[in-house]
Design a protein. Structure first.
Length: 121
């Protein structure tokens, strides 16, 4: 069985009571288990920030550093979203253009389909 430990490079060096483990006379500060709630691979934001400070530049270089400016245009500003119909308390699914504010109706299945794209006019 593999336990999921915090990936913070300095997690073991923080002197908190929950990190202090072992029997009397030979206690050590140890890496915590990771949080299942918010921090994914880390036990808290301090360890998350430590990791990013140490490895962030290396990670960005590995996974792809931007080399030119990205632009949001009318053609690529479409996002799936929904509004509430206050009369019926139901969701109204739409594709909304973030620039022009134009809306086009969607069905719930189209909204939930991650491969669905807006049909061209």
């Amino acid at each position: 069985m593999s336990l999921k430990y915090c990936q913070g490079p300095d997690c073991h060096s923080y002197t908190t009571q929950d990190r202090l483990k072992g029997i009397k006379g030979s206690k050590t500060f140890q890496t915590r288990r990771r949080s299942r709630l918010v921090y994914d691979e880390f036990c808290d934001t301090r360890c998350y920030n430590d990791w990013f400070s140490k490895y962030g530049t290396q990670a960005v270089n590995h996974f792809g550093r931007l080399k030119e400016v990205k632009h949001l245009t009318e053609d690529n500003a479409w996002q799936k979203t929904y509004d509430w119909d206050n009369r019926t308390d139901d969701r109204v699914y739409v594709y909304r253009n973030g620039i022009t504010k134009e809306q086009r109706p969607l069905t719930e299945s189209q909204y939930n389909d991650s491969n669905y794209t807006l049909n061209e006019r």
